[in-house]
Write a protein of this length. Structure first.
Length: 414
């Protein structure tokens, strides 16, 4: 009897074991096939459009740090991708490698260095983009990507064959150049609701809700060849808006959505000065006379006298009607490379981060005066140092300070 029971148990065990083994093999095989098919489908979709894809890229995702940027991308069968963008020249195209792999879903990776995609993902630029993206949804008409590291957002649509990339980007840049003001009145149904500030492709403003609560809002947008498009529809005072067309006659954007009466009308900020009005002689402190001289490019100035030894370059900021002084190379002193470095005179630290510096703030009374505030790129500087380095600026090449330029404030004297 015992032998019969043992025989039955052995047979049952064998059958169960075989059954489980077969199920596991079938599941593994099915899973592998499914993943392979998914990657093949993703690649077929990527290489499908003859004129590539238009990527509306929001590198900061929903954090509203920055808005969106236009990128064109054409993917090839052999793993190469050609890319162009508004952050480069209209005719500039870069090529690099891409790949598709599995990681909790299909992932599109820009594998080799790409001056455009890696510009956004470089931590030094502080934008927060990615070079690896999970494919969230994909079809012939639309692909949605999400950055693996920062959840940046990319919406891709196929580019019509008659569209020339360089023409599209030129039109986008033309809108950005003409719509240079940094502040806009938001007008809904002919009533000014609030003042919006435009910065890094975002609109920032505050308004009062129905329950009298003050609400602050930052809305990312992307430039188009005719105006701007909000990252997603926005509703205020019962009116929903998304698409706007630019009007150069009054530096405004008019909502083009059907049945919507909304405009963003440019406002010159208090103290605004046009390029040629900045040029002249200024007093700095009790003894220094500073000359701001307009350069031939109609967009920068040479500042003489702010530093005892070196000329300093400044940029004209059209949206504010003032100037910006940033970290820059000045020249050679003895055997050292001299740089103008933003400096926090209270905390005592300096920075050589690219783009860091001070932005001018114009007063609204006479005499015309330019004060300076940190531009937000790095730290909280209020002054400058003329600083020596033994090589390319880094913590290992610092030598010391040649000259201090504390809390600059320029008062025009002619």
């Amino acid at each position: 009897m015992k032998k019969q029971i043992l025989l039955i148990i052995c047979v049952l065990s064998t059958l169960v074991s075989c059954s489980l083994s077969n199920e596991e093999n079938i599941f593994d095989e099915s899973s592998a096939n499914r993943l392979t098919a998914e990657l093949k489908l993703s690649k077929a979709l990527l290489i499908g459009p003859k004129n590539g894809w238009l990527m509306e890229y929001y590198p900061a995702g929903t954090s509203t740090l920055v808005g969106g940027y236009n990128i064109f991308a054409a993917f090839s069968e052999d793993g190469n991708v050609t890319i162009s963008s508004e952050i480069a020249g209209n005719e500039d195209k870069v090529e690099s490698l891409y790949s598709l792999k599995q990681s909790a879903g299909p992932v599109l990776s820009f594998d080799s260095h790409n001056e455009i995609m890696h510009f956004f993902s470089d931590p030094l630029n502080g934008i927060g983009g990615d070079f690896e993206f999970t494919i969230m949804t994909a079809s012939q008409d639309k692909i949605v990507l999400s950055g693996k590291r920062t959840n940046s957002i990319v919406v891709m649509t196929p580019v019509k064959e008659e569209v020339k990339w360089s023409d599209y980007l030129a039109e986008v840049k033309s809108i950005k150049e003409h719509a240079f003001l940094g502040t806009y009145n938001l007008i809904i149904n002919d009533v000014v609701v609030t003042l919006a500030e435009q910065n890094y492709n975002t609109l920032s403003f505050s308004y009062t809700s129905e329950d009298e609560t003050i609400i602050s809002k930052v809305i990312p947008f992307i430039y188009t060849p005719t105006g701007i498009k909000l990252m997603e529809p926005f509703t205020l005072n019962g009116v929903t808006m998304e698409n706007f067309i630019y009007d150069d006659s009054d530096i405004s954007f008019k909502c083009s959505d059907i049945g919507v009466s909304v405009k963003l009308v440019g406002v010159y900020p208090a103290g605004y000065k046009f390029y040629e009005e900045i040029e002249g002689s200024y007093k700095y402190g009790d003894t220094k006379t500073v000359q701001i001289i307009a350069n031939d490019d109609n967009s920068t100035y040479t500042i003489k006298g702010l530093s005892t030894r070196y000329d300093i370059q400044a940029k004209y900021v059209r949206k504010t009607g003032s100037i910006s002084i940033q970290f820059q190379y000045l020249g050679v002193y003895s055997t050292y490379n001299m740089y103008l470095c933003p400096w926090d005179s209270v905390e005592g630290y300096l920075t050589w981060a690219s783009g860091s510096g001070l932005d001018g703030v114009n007063n609204t009374t006479e005499p015309f005066t330019i004060s300076f505030v940190d531009n937000g790129v790095y730290g909280s500087a209020d002054s400058f140092l003329v600083y020596a380095f033994s090589g390319t600026p880094s913590s290992s090449t610092t030598v010391g300070t040649l000259e201090r330029i504390p809390t600059p404030k320029l008062i025009k004297i002619d």
